[in-house]
Write a protein that binds this ligand. Structure first.
Ligand code: ZN
Length: 275
């Protein structure tokens, strides 16, 4: 018999079970005793958001975050303006389904410096803040692993994310700490402490780093399969004051090939044993 209490804080990202559509995710997570999920935006296309919200409530599932906004960077000003509009739409969607938070993959443009990109990221978030606050949707900067610095995120360490959050200094801006992106950092413990002191730990994502990693995007591991000290990092995050859902976010061609119901059971097991 599994202990249901142990699963109280488990959250699964819909992208973790990518072969499933939103309706299947909701039904299967609920059946598995999972109480939290983070929804990837593409699953909301052509959906009646009011109905989605009702279905979530019917299954006693709460949305931890909508994934994802961001991509604020571009050489061209009109592209940067367009990005703001896309983010406003994401905020509308989050509000409609009852998601209190949007995770931001902040962006990078290979045709400009990382410093320029980081300044554009701070400007973009700053511009969005009144809109986010009006919708009561918070924004979480997610620093990515440095392997994505060229084109996905100029924010590649928790220190950089803390710098931006401190600069913006607004209760609606915080940080999503993802072990996959940050585990290698020898300043991680101190930066988590700093983030906690600022009340900026908005989300915590887990998975594992496989060695060797055969794909930069879609070869993440289940907790316990790789090299990340997940329990240690969770401990730091909790010592810094975080008590929110623990979000399992795994992109893996290998794991997506499995029977996803069986995979969901492995996730629960790995969450209890290795997280
Ligand atoms: Zn993440």
């Amino acid at each position: 018999m599994e202990n249901k209490l142990d699963l109280n804080r488990l959250c699964v990202h819909t992208q973790t079970t990518k072969p499933w559509d939103l309706e299947t995710c909701i039904k299967e997570y609920s059946k598995a005793g999972i109480q939290h999920l983070s929804i990837w935006r593409h699953l909301l296309e052509n959906q009646n958001l009011k109905e989605v919200r009702r279905t979530l409530q019917d299954h006693q599932l709460s949305v931890t975050s909508l994934v994802r906004g961001g991509f604020f960077t571009a050489v061209s000003q009109s592209d940067r303006k367009a990005a703001i509009e896309v983010n406003k739409k994401a905020i509308d969607e989050a509000e409609a389904i009852g998601a209190p938070l949007i995770v931001l993959v902040c962006g990078a443009d290979p045709n400009q410096s990382l410093e320029t990109s980081r300044a554009q990221i701070a400007d973009g978030i700053h511009e969005l803040l009144p809109y986010a606050k009006a919708a009561n949707v918070k924004l979480a900067i997610e620093p990515l692993h440095p392997m994505y610095a060229a084109d996905k995120s100029a924010v590649v360490s928790l220190a950089q994310a803390n710098d931006i959050a401190e600069q913006l200094n607004h209760p609606f801006v915080g940080i999503a700490i993802d072990v996959y992106h940050l585990w290698w950092d020898n300043q991680l413990e101190q930066e988590i402490e700093r983030c906690g002191k600022n009340n900026s730990i908005f989300a915590f994502h887990v998975c594992d780093w496989l060695s060797p990693t055969t794909d930069m995007l879609n070869d993440r591991g289940l907790m316990g399969e790789g090299t990340i000290p997940v329990k240690q990092i969770r401990n730091w995050v909790e010592q810094a004051g975080f008590q929110g859902p623990i979000e399992v976010e795994i992109f893996s061609e290998r794991l997506w090939k499995k029977n996803q119901t069986a995979f969901l059971n492995e996730i629960k097991e790995a969450y209890i044993q290795h997280t």
